[in-house]
Design a protein around this ligand. Structure first.
Ligand SMILES: [Zn+2]
Length: 761
């Protein structure tokens, strides 16, 4: 192949990849003057700005303001709103009083209603919630406004629930799904969410059965930029999920679609989840889903969306969603297998293929997988060893994470070209047998174990077609071979980025193996390049370049602040106090309290607070005692009934607090009722590390516990009462964080914590 042809096809590949990413989301242009009847991203942004002014988690002052704002905006549209209030404890003992905002648009016909869902509370305690889920609320407010401005009454009722306390334990969804009369009317849910502050919004189906009817109707609704595939659907179905929509599915067998963007994951649940950082294209993408789906599902029959059939589906940029039934999976596989065997046997018979060379072809392939797999597997550990401060980014996705993804993608490509350069004595047609066999093996395993990923076979047909051409012709047309590689580029390159972005840089190995596998699919073309060594050098240089770029941006500043944490912990039983942090590499702001040589925690370590990543305190230091009072605990009842001992106690805060966690010793609780909410037997049996309840407190509410346990056992209750006001507390004069620091997400932070134990023996 001429070097010029090689370079042109390489540029074509680059263009295809660029377009794949560009065409996944709508472009954002200022659109405040769009006519009233269409969705305007700018108009939605006005809502985001208002919602994200201050942290508005349950129990925080701005929570009420955001609630009132949303109510006002709905009422401006002529809708009648109601607030549904009540306690729930979710599935994992997270208790809070949710206040859902509800409204309903009457349809012209009887039948199932469409539910539009998002949540208005932000994550405690510092998140501003611009993306999570201010973007979702804003999408619904702007979308419903545009819909109503159209003036055509919908056939189905449209119910809008702006739920509360999603961040605490899906409490608002729980309250609505199990206590509101409207629930029985609902046929389908559209839920808008965010797990980062940018990137494409993924559609994820939530159903107890098959996806066929949902996908069919979704395709009919015809959103312009669908990003969805049945691999994500299959994985999502296997994992324990936690969106509001999960509650509707599990408790009421109502299905629906989630729409969530996940890029720039480092902003998730932090003060950086702010108005400026919300990617405008992500918000436009949410609007792009909502409008066609709202038009379609407000008219469609929502009573017949259940189905036992499953579809494979994937999105093709510009074209839309492609789907086919699970029944095609094995026939498609067999077709590919037969085609592969036919090409090989025919080639061998005609002496175009050589058995020895074919076998040799496995060497470079396995070598590439080995090098890229091992490098990928250790990359994150090595990076954390070189840059220990990365451990304080609990998301596992650093601010320079995209540079690392680029670096390791180039590394993988460099390895691919270098290895194949060293095996250039094997002819391309013989080289192709190994990758084709490997891909067929992968497809067989997927068809059996992860059928939702069976669409992976589609690009394999491109590879087989390339293999056939190459085995027949001495000088095949390079552009035709590039064209046959197109499905691989369009379908698989987004996964390379998706895994490390969504699940953290520890997933780099998946990205690197994926790059290698895509390379194999393009081998009918790339195998003919005579510039492999030059390209290997180029890509390895790019690898070093991006590593260097990442190194230059490893530091923290106002735009990329380091997560930091500080707590004051007072032990009322022992009358001692400590400073504590969750930081692995404490910032100077933290060490002013912890000292330059802080101790590892001893006693506090085993009384670890429940936190998303089960992270215990990393360092503690002695602190002076301050007159902070823990909760007042009153025993209202302590009696025997048969073989059970019943106790009832009320825990009353003596200061402004945000959260009360209660732990027990290892005891077999017969029943537990907290603020009139009965904890499920399943939860009582499976609760971890003695956690009984985590009460996110609003309006300084008290906590009333009614417990029953065998009379011969002894009960020990430990209370952790926290307020998030360390930085504004009058007894402390903690200086504000410098601008290169933010409160660490996922852990209790900026807190004044009082611990206390009560025994019943
Ligand atoms: Zn959320």
């Amino acid at each position: 192949m001429k070097n010029s042809t090689a370079l042109i096809t390489l540029l074509l590949i680059l263009a295809a990849i660029t377009l794949t990413f560009r065409l996944a989301t709508p472009a954002y242009e200022p659109d405040a003057d769009l006519e009233e009847t269409v969705f305007s991203t700018d108009r939605a942004l006005v809502h985001v700005k208002k919602i994200a002014e201050a942290p508005h988690a349950v129990g925080f002052p701005a929570h009420r303001e955001v609630q009132q704002y949303v109510v006002r905006e709905l009422e401006k549209m002529g809708l009648e709103t109601q607030i549904q209030k009540g306690y729930t404890a979710g599935d994992w003992g997270n208790l809070s009083r949710a206040e859902n905002i509800l409204t309903r648009i009457k349809g012209t016909e009887p039948g199932k209603a469409l539910l539009l869902l998002s949540h208005y509370d932000s994550n405690p305690h510092s998140a501003l919630g611009a993306s999570d889920a201010g973007s979702g609320v804003a999408t619904l407010l702007e979308g419903v406004r545009a819909f109503l401005a159209g003036g055509i009454p919908p056939r189905n009722d449209i119910i809008i629930v702006i739920s509360d306390a999603e961040e605490l334990g899906l409490n608002g969804a729980d309250l609505f799904a199990n206590n509101h009369p409207w629930i029985k009317d609902i046929g389908l849910v559209l839920n808008f969410e965010a797990r980062g502050s940018g990137g494409a919004s993924y559609m994820l189906i939530e159903t107890n059965r098959g996806n066929a009817r949902l996908i069919e109707e979704f395709i009919k609704a015809n959103p312009k930029y669908p990003v969805a595939n049945s691999l994500a659907y299959s994985i999502y179905k296997m994992l324990p999920n936690d969106t509001d929509l999960t509650v509707f599915r599990e408790d009421q067998d109502i299905e629906g679609f989630n729409f969530a963007f996940i890029d720039d994951h480092f902003d998730y649940h932090t003060v950086m989840d702010n108005y400026d950082r919300l990617d405008r294209e992500s918000l436009a993408h949410q609007g792009n889903y909502l409008m066609p789906l709202l038009l379609h599902f407000s008219e469609a029959d929502l009573g017949n969306l259940k189905s036992l059939d499953e579809l494979n589906y994937f999105n093709v940029p510009y074209y839309g969603l492609v789907s086919y039934p699970f029944e095609w999976i094995w026939p498609m596989f067999l077709l590919a297998l037969v085609a592969f065997l036919a090409i090989v046997f025919y080639g061998l018979r005609k002496k175009r293929l050589s058995g020895k060379q074919m076998a040799m072809g496995f060497l470079p392939m396995l070598l590439i997988l080995l090098i890229n797999g091992v490098a990928g597997y250790f990359s994150w550990s090595i990076l954390q060893w070189i840059y220990p401060e990365y451990q304080d980014i609990l998301h596992g996705f650093t601010y320079n994470g995209h540079a690392y993804i680029a670096a390791f993608v180039y590394f993988s490509l460099g390895v691919c070209f270098l290895v194949y350069h060293n095996f250039k004595e094997i002819s391309v047609k013989n080289l192709l047998v190994a990758p084709a066999a490997l891909w067929l093996l992968i497809c067989a395993l997927l068809a059996y174990y992860l059928p939702g990923a069976s669409f992976f076979i589609v690009p394999v047909f491109g590879l087989l077609a390339g293999f056939f051409i190459v085995s027949q012709q001495k000088e095949p047309n390079a552009y035709l071979l590039a064209f046959l590689g197109l499905p691989a580029l369009v379908m698989f390159t987004p996964f390379v980025k998706m895994f490390p972005v969504g699940l953290g840089l520890k997933m780099m190995v998946v990205a690197m193996v994926m790059v290698s596998l895509i390379f194999f699919l393009l081998l009918p073309l790339l195998g003919f390049y005579r510039i492999k060594r030059g390209l290997a050098a180029l890509f390895l240089l790019l690898f070093i370049g991006f590593l260097f770029d990442a190194h230059l941006s490893k530091g923290f500043d106002a735009d990329r602040p380091k997560p930091s944490s500080l707590l004051y912990v007072l032990d009322e039983d022992e009358n001692t106090a400590q400073w504590a942090t969750y930081e692995k590499v404490p910032s100077p702001w933290t060490t002013q309290y912890l000292g330059s040589d802080p101790a590892k925690p001893r006693k506090l370590g085993d009384k670890t607070l429940s936190s998303k990543y089960s992270t215990g305190f990393t360092f503690v230091a002695n602190a002076s005692l301050k007159p902070v009072s823990g909760p007042e605990i009153q025993v209202r009842l302590d009696t025997l009934m048969g073989n059970d001992r019943l106790i009832e106690l009320i825990v009353q805060p003596q200061r402004t607090v945000n959260r009360l966690e209660v732990f027990t010793n290892d005891i077999s609780l017969i029943s537990a009722v907290v603020n009139d909410i009965t904890l499920s037997e399943y939860y009582l049996e499976h609760r971890r590390r003695g956690k009984l309840i985590n009460h996110y407190i609003s309006d300084n509410d008290s906590t009333v516990l009614k417990l029953a346990f065998p009379k011969e056992e002894q009960l020990e209750l430990t209370f952790y009462e926290a307020s998030n006001d360390l930085l504004s507390h009058e007894l402390f004069s903690v200086p504000p964080r410098p601008e290169n620091l933010i409160p660490m997400p996922f852990v209790l932070n900026d807190a004044v914590l009082v611990t206390k134990t009560v025994f019943f023996d």
